[in-house]
Design a protein around this ligand. Structure first.
Ligand SMILES: [Zn+2]
Length: 117
């Protein structure tokens, strides 16, 4: 009985966490495009904390929006560079000067993330 209750509570917690992360990433996008990159980084930081605390993963479409090394919000052309080379998407962060390599698969769901933006 009590087990079922905790499971439901966790489900609700995950929904709340997801909603908050989506809101934060939307805010981060808005502020980054208006030029306030530090505020966008702060939103990413808060979203990551929510994800870690609630053990809910960051929504897939937002996972590539920030640097995996320094957690800065990435705006292609402004503080990051995106190239395609040898079947990989290479994201270069100009803040920490590191690369993230994402293999291109023939997976439908994986390529849709980049088609949307
Ligand atoms: Zn970085």
């Amino acid at each position: 009985m009590s087990r079922k209750k905790t499971y439901l509570a966790k489900k609700v917690q995950n929904q709340i966490a997801n909603r908050r992360m989506v809101q934060l990433f939307n805010l981060a996008e808005k502020t980054a495009l208006s030029g306030e990159l530090e505020l966008a980084d702060r939103y990413v930081d808060i979203a990551r904390r929510i994800s870690m605390r609630s053990k809910a993963s960051i929504p897939k479409e937002f996972k590539r929006r920030f640097c995996k090394h320094c957690y800065k919000y990435l705006v292609p052309g402004l503080n990051s560079r995106i190239r395609v080379c040898r079947g990989k998407i290479i994201v270069y962060c100009e803040h920490c000067q590191k690369f993230t390599r994402i293999p291109i698969k023939n997976n439908r769901t994986d390529n849709q993330v980049f088609k949307k933006k």
